[in-house]
Design a protein around this ligand. Structure first.
Ligand SMILES: O=C(O)C(=O)C[C@]1(C(=O)O)C=C[C@@H](O)C=C1
Length: 359
């Protein structure tokens, strides 16, 4: 080994020693935070999404490189998750099975070592949280190319759970096989959405392979585990679970393909300074009802970023409206707009105020 290399490694060893001490000092602080919270309130919540968002935003602002903000965010998320695990060991239910993008989103947000419970429907995620068998749940809510996941919206009309956070995940599709010789595959299994997201890549590179839609990408990987002539598309997490190799990565046609997920729980989240509030509103069916619903928001200068309507299911031609606005329900503008709205609408429910997803 050259003297230069030996000296650099010595420097790295010294820095690692410092980081180790600092990490444990931080962990002891988090343990102290837990004791303090409990002393102040026996029902205190340990997971504080607003505080986590503030920490990550601050680190990004301070970051001078060469590590990219994305890497810094990932590292600090893992550090915070490890500290949170010292405060409380918790389990997260997600729309499974293992190896799906929802699992990837769960690990991204709660750290790679969090306990998880994969379940087989969005409704079941809600039920697990409602029954207290898990602390939080993670469900998909919208994809940038495929649109809103109406099943998740509908669940909020039947559940009192709140939205505690959101996770934004860049969807990278991977081609996975049992062996490296992917050019010879005859079949490509995947969820229909994943097949659609890789249509041009498949046209170009595997034009003769049959595309077979299945219930989830994890199911696709499971089928390919027993088939030398097939490939699966999906999240990189699926490969080791089903003994597959990633033979081509990031093959999605649209590089900006993103899915948004919600963290659901029974917790009110404080303001982080960069928040979103989701509302469920219903009005009597009369002329101008949508106008009356939106007027208080506009008059108070509340920035509405989305509106979705869903049939009420109990009365024909009556609708629930799902609205997203920028800001926190405690902000004066939103608070005042909600007061006004409540005078007019049948139902006005705040589904949650939560930090806007960070990277
Ligand atoms: O500040 C808190 O409330 C903590 O519990 C500490 C901490 C952290 O490690 O920084 C851990 C978990 C919370 O979700 C937020 C922050």
């Amino acid at each position: 080994m050259s003297e230069r290399l030996a000296a650099l490694r010595e420097q790295i060893d010294a820095l690692d020693t410092q980081m180790l001490a600092l990490l444990n000092e931080r962990a002891r602080c988090a343990e102290e935070v837990a004791h303090t919270k409990l002393a102040e309130d026996p029902n205190a919540k340990f997971y504080r999404p607003e505080r986590e968002a503030q920490i990550l935003t601050r680190m990004q602002a301070l970051n001078a490189g060469p590590l990219r903000n994305e890497q810094i965010t990932h590292l600090f998320r893992e550090i915070i998750a490890s500290c949170l695990a010292l405060e409380e060991s918790m389990r997260i239910a997600y729309l499974g099975p293992a190896g799906t993008f929802t699992q990837e989103a769960t690990f991204k947000h709660f750290g790679m070592n969090v306990g998880t419970l994969p379940v087989d429907s969005i409704a079941q995620v809600f039920r697990e949280v409602e029954a207290g068998r898990v602390r939080y749940g993670v469900v998909p809510i919208e994809n940038s190319t495929e649109g809103v996941i109406t099943h998740t919206l509908d669940m909020f009309t039947q559940s009192d759970l709140r939205i505690c956070g959101e996770i934004s995940l860049r969807i990278h599709q991977n081609l996975m096989c049992r062996h490296e010789n992917w050019q010879g595959v005859q079949k490509v299994y995947a969820h229909a959405q994943s097949l659609a997201q890789c249509r041009y890549w498949l046209d170009k590179h595997l034009p003769h392979a049959e595309r077979i839609p299945v219930s989830s990408n994890a199911e696709a990987a499971r089928l390919v585990a027993n088939d030398d002539e097939a490939a699966a598309l999906g999240s990189r997490q699926a490969a080791p679970i089903y003994g597959l190799q990633i033979v081509q990565d990031s093959i999605e046609d649209n590089a900006n393909n993103t899915t948004r997920f919600l963290v659901i729980g029974d917790q009110m989240v404080g303001a982080s300074g960069n928040d979103r509030t989701s509302l469920l509103v219903s009005t009597r069916n009369r002329p101008g009802s949508l106008y009356h619903l939106l007027k208080p928001l506009a008059e108070n200068g509340v920035d509405m970023t989305r509106i979705e309507s869903r049939p009420s299911r109990t009365t024909n031609w009556e609708y629930f409206f799902f609205l997203d606005v920028r800001g926190h329900e405690q902000d004066k503008a939103i608070h005042d707009a909600l007061e006004k709205l409540r005078q007019d609408a049948e139902i006005v429910r705040v589904l949650g105020s939560y930090p806007i997803a960070i990277m």
